[in-house]
Design a protein. Structure first.
Length: 175
């Protein structure tokens, strides 16, 4: 059975985007995302996929969720639901949910791990948000704080959380 992981970057209020685009450009976070997801399967909604500037993410199995069975995306597998996609990934070690808001909402109840980048800024104009979650349900297993610099205009923190009482061993929690 796969570890179902959410990977997301939010502002201080949980904002993740506006008009199907990210709200910030943080090269360090993009590198972090690439390092974590490369070699794994990423699952995303149709709108998230269509917002990617280069199409399918390289060196990853890309799964797009769409209720329209006639859609086709180059270098992607298409499934009608998150449940169907996860069944197709049962043999994989870790599968990443990468957005958007509706897919995150579906995944919150079943995810065992979460990689959260908190951008220490607030975007009033945001129109897409990560669902609220209770800290009591998760154990923080890693944290890295970064100040702003020449390439990354906002302070940000990388968090890793593991869901409490999910059956993972202490070894898995540290990875």
């Amino acid at each position: 059975m796969s570890i179902i992981s959410i990977i997301v970057a939010t502002d201080e209020q949980g904002a993740i985007g506006k008009d199907r685009q990210l709200l910030w450009h943080l090269p360090r976070d993009l590198k972090h995302f690439k390092e974590i997801t490369t070699g794994h399967t990423v699952i995303m909604g149709r709108k998230t996929f269509e917002s990617l500037p280069g199409g399918a993410l390289p060196n990853r199995r890309n799964i797009v969720l769409s209720a329209d069975p006639d859609r086709h995306y180059a270098h992607c597998d298409l499934y009608r639901s998150l449940q169907e996609a996860l069944i197709a990934c049962e043999q994989e070690e870790e599968v990443f949910i990468i957005g958007g808001a509706s897919v995150y909402r579906q995944a919150m109840a079943i995810a065992g791990k979460m990689y959260l980048t908190r951008v220490h800024h607030t975007y009033a104009e945001a129109d897409a948000f990560f669902p609220p979650f209770t800290a009591e349900a998760w154990t923080e297993t890693a944290r890295q704080d970064f100040p702003p610099d020449d390439k990354n205009p906002y302070a940000h923190t990388f968090f890793t959380y593991v869901r409490k009482n999910n059956g993972y061993s202490d070894t898995a929690k540290k990875n």
